[in-house]
Design a protein around this ligand. Structure first.
Ligand code: C5P
Length: 236
């Protein structure tokens, strides 16, 4: 597939979270993986793509790690203000993109800071599948294990039909204006917003699910990082 046929896009990486499940001495996006931080690998998934218009990273105001990275000096990478929740960090990033010239109908790809194993083929698949979509969508993976609903006592209440269940991954790709309005309105209403798609859903839209690779995993626990280190040392 040629890069020419894909739409232009902006990237927003919310990186103001702490990631306490990693039990590390620093936010997980700053842990080392194959000679660089996880966050640098994540940015590398987009930098150099011919369709990339600009890239913004939302960071905590007192983040002491970011200024030590070489990508902090990269003119293609801009900093935005993170917030209390992920949705606040995304809103901060969208405001920054508007300052940089992004327009209402431009595509914005929001991608987790701790998802460094995004394949170029998945990024291009998302861009090509959604290029003409009126709403946008996200990379996702169908649930493959049997699902159980747990009771308060930690025992199985029932087995859940997994056939319509998908795991929401990133990037999530939406147009700037509708995404911003959906986030602002959903937050004002006190809705639980855990990803960008859930804000669009709250606003009544139905984002498309684009089946991606299961190894585009979000590093959440120490074993995820161990797995990726081994995988990459064996060759990507
Ligand atoms: O904690 P979790 O892995 O679900 O966070 C998803 C993404 O949102 C991460 O990239 C994290 O840094 C980001 N985030 C943020 N601001 C927050 C909370 C999370 O940018 N207040």
């Amino acid at each position: 597939m040629s890069g020419q046929s894909l739409p232009a896009f902006w990237v927003l990486v919310p990186a103001a979270g702490v990631g306490s499940r990693m039990r590390a001495d620093r936010p997980k996006q700053y842990l080392q993986l194959a000679g660089k931080t996880i966050l640098e690998h994540t940015l590398d998934c987009f930098l150099g793509h011919p369709g990339l218009r600009g890239l913004v990273v939302s960071l905590a105001a007192d983040d002491p790690y970011w200024p030590t990275l070489s990508c902090a000096q990269d003119p293609r990478v801009r900093r935005a203000e993170g917030g209390r929740e992920r949705a606040d960090s995304v809103l901060g990033g969208l405001s920054r993109l508007i300052e940089l010239g992004a327009r209402e109908q431009d595509w914005v790809l929001v991608h987790d800071a701790a998802r460094p194993n995004l394949a170029r083929s998945d990024l291009d698949l998302l861009l090509s599948e959604l290029a003409d979509d009126p709403i946008g969508g996200l990379l996702a993976v169908p649930a493959r294990d049997t699902l159980k609903r747990a009771g308060a006592d930690g025992r199985v209440l029932e087995t859940v039909d997994r056939s319509p269940i998908w795991l929401a991954y990133t990037p999530q790709m939406f147009r700037l204006g509708p995404l911003r309005r959906a986030l602002v309105d959903a937050l004002a209403a006190g809705a639980a917003i855990t990803d960008e798609a859930s804000a669009l859903e709250w606003a009544g839209a139905a984002p498309r699910l684009i089946e991606g690779r299961a190894d585009n995993l979000k590093i959440t626990r120490p074993e995820d990082l161990d797995w990726l280190r081994q995988r990459w040392s064996a060759g990507r």
